[in-house]
Design a protein around this ligand. Structure first.
Ligand code: GDP
Ligand code: IMO
Ligand code: MG
Length: 440
């Protein structure tokens, strides 16, 4: 069976982009199935840094087809900007990128609505969205009457459809919209994107039936999943593993391997509870060492200890087989490290992740304390070269989540990666994933 998925198990930014780039070597097609320009994925190789948002991180390799499916909300200006940026740096896009005609299109009114409504939760709290119009575009998709899909841009009814919706949006939002200017702008985008637009569902179904190897690139993290995350402090799509099929149209039976990606600690951008947050010198040290500032918005990320209750929940939810523990190098120099292995809620110790955000707010982390290590890890390339306490830390995370740790990342670069075949997937890793050989 041909599918592998990389899914973030925390609140996003787990370094999914780095892992997807490495795994692209052994896949033919890389697929984005959810989210939009709220994602910011980073790949570092040969001294160059690449920031990807809507385009799958597989685009940097030759011989790979990248697919943006109908589960994604597409801001055409954003994707065109990304294409131009990649091409100007010598990355070939032609014939390598497909975009679904079912993808819902982000319009200026979505961005306006996002800004207007963030901060209007009951009690005046803010979700702290990325301001990219993601929530309003998904809301219109589900609501149907105010939605425009990419395929609609090529149809004769598009001008009247746009004017009708823009008129309603003006009334609903109390803003002025120049429908004629928006129409001209989006016609321009449509012409530019025309060669890429197709029915990606059929393309992917043909691909899996032909035995081609697919890699699904999760965006956001499973704790931001609209149905299963820390609602309402979530994004508006199924960002956990449960969204792969609905977003891409590929049945789950084709996915044979799910890799859950975690940071060696926790981060979160935006509002909502985060039980292990360290709003103190510990959190600041993690932020400084991990350069924990948002890729999309540059907001400082909230930082804290590893939360095994949350990650165990999302690993189970996403059907995770194995774990990639990223940014382990950031934790060097702490005398002791804490891992949250249970919550205390209303005097009771629980290991089940609460379904209501108010219960999560009350959760006091129950910590295990593990010994730290002082050595810098960025030059380590073999698992057995890691300090004993670092190996002990990884082993404990694996135990608490009930899955083997098969990837350890010790720096942003492709080469700063330790790949360990697991018993369940002995031949799973590319034989030559890097310019420098790495092994278990
Ligand atoms: P994504 O959204 O999950 O792809 O992750 P982001 O790109 O938003 O954030 C991950 C950040 O960590 C990026 O700046 C990466 O270059 C960086 N990074 C990835 N792996 C490592 C690592 O092992 N160590 C360190 N120090 N940084 C890393
Ligand atoms: P990647 O793919 C981290 C967060 C926002 C906000 C909430 C809702 O890079 O991991 P939205 O704009 O989606 O309506 O915002 O979700 N968020 C992310 N946080 N990484 C991301 O993506 C995120 N995408 C959305 O900060 O709290
Ligand atoms: Mg990111």
């Amino acid at each position: 069976m041909p599918g592998t998925c990389v899914v973030g198990l925390q609140w996003g930014d787990e370094a999914k982009g780095k892992l997807v780039d490495i795994l692209t070597e052994e896949h033919e097609i890389v697929v984005r199935y959810a989210g939009g320009a709220n994602a910011g994925h980073t790949v570092v190789s040969d001294g160059q840094t690449w920031k990807l948002s809507l385009i799958p991180s597989g685009i940097l390799r030759d011989g790979v087809t990248c697919v943006v499916t109908g589960g994604v909300v597409l801001d055409p200006a954003s994707v065109i900007n990304e294409i131009d940026g990649l091409e100007s740096r010598g990355v070939r896009i032609d014939g390598k990128l497909l975009v679904s005609d079912r993808a819902h299109v982000v319009f200026p009114w979505h961005v306006a609505e996002d800004k207007l409504l963030d901060g209007s939760l009951t009690g005046g709290e803010s979700i702290g969205t990325t301001g990219r119009g993601i929530g309003p575009c998904y809301r219109d998709k589900v609501g149907r009457s105010l939605a425009i899909r990419l395929g609609d841009l090529y149809r004769p009814e598009f001008p009247s459809q746009l004017r009708h919706i823009a008129g309603l949006k003006e009334k609903l939002l109390g803003v002025g919209l120049d429908a004629a200017a928006i129409e001209a702008q989006y016609r321009g985008y449509a012409e530019r994107l025309r060669p890429l637009v197709c029915d990606t569902t059929s393309f992917l179904l043909d691909a899996v039936e032909a035995g081609r190897k697919l890699l699904f690139e999760g965006a956001q993290g499973a704790l931001l999943d609209v149905d299963h995350g820390t609602y309402p402090f979530v994004t508006s799509s199924n960002s956990s593993g449960v969204g792969i099929s609905s977003g891409s149209g590929v049945p789950g039976r084709w996915i044979e391997r799910v890799i859950g990606v975690v940071k060696a600690y926790s981060t979160r951008v935006g509002g909502g509870p985060m039980p292990t947050e360290q709003d103190n010198a510990v959190g600041q040290r993690i932020r400084d060492r991990g350069n924990e500032y948002g890729t999309v918005t540059r907001r400082p990320r909230r930082c804290g200890w590893f939360d095994a209750v949350a990650a165990r929940y999302t690993a189970r939810l996403s059907g995770v087989d194995e774990l990639a523990v990223m940014l382990l190098d950031v934790l060097s120099g702490f005398d002791e490290l804490k891992v949250c292995s249970a919550y205390r809620i209303a005097g009771r110790e629980v290991r089940q992740f609460p379904s209501h955000v108010d219960d999560l707010r009350q959760a006091e982390p129950v910590y295990e304390t593990l010994p730290g290590w002082s050595e810098e890890l960025t030059a380590v390339r073999r698992y057995d070269e890691l300090p004993e306490n670092a190996r002990r830390y990884l082993a404990r995370i694996g135990e608490l989540l009930g899955r083997p740790v098969t990837v350890v990342s010790v720096g942003p670069d492709r080469v700063q990666t330790i790949l360990r075949p697991s018993a369940s997937t002995p031949n799973a890793w590319p034989r030559h994933p890097h310019s420098t050989p790495v092994n278990a």
